[in-house]
Design a binder for this molecule. Sequence first.
Ligand SMILES: [Zn+2]
Ligand SMILES: [Zn+2]
Length: 160
Amino acid sequence: MSRPAFDDIYMELAVNLARRSHCLKRHVGAVLTKDTRIISIGYNGPPPGTHNCDEEWPEVGCPRDSKGGCSLAIHAEQNAILYAVKNKTSVEGATLYCTLSPCLACARIIFSMGIRRVIYYKSYAEHKGIATDEGVDFLVKFGVAVEKYAGQLSNATQMI
Ligand SMILES: [Zn+2]
Ligand SMILES: [Zn+2]
């Protein structure tokens, strides 16, 4: 039996967390780890105690901001970081797993918080047919190690 890498295990968790999102626009999950241990998790959605897009606007979808994104949702990466910070957990030197390459706003926060490595599952730019991922470009430019997940999620889930 093959032994899963931590990258496989945490990326699979991020994918499963994405499925919990209430947002109609997009489902994204994130896992923050340090020294191979989980320190926080997140998925995209409105702040607790506000709205659930799918319950409140099941037909029309969530209200959009001027760029066409969900006007209410906090991105998965930010939710993971905020939860850690709120609980006084340092994210300095952490690794972030996310199901979609981070946007520029998230990239700035990821860099500012001292996260050193980012692994993403799908490229937003590829999905949208844009030339480059501006968030990834920003992170790479300022020395954060960014990788597109190259493992096999099937390595993680395998019934014993
Ligand atoms: Zn939404
Ligand atoms: Zn973002």
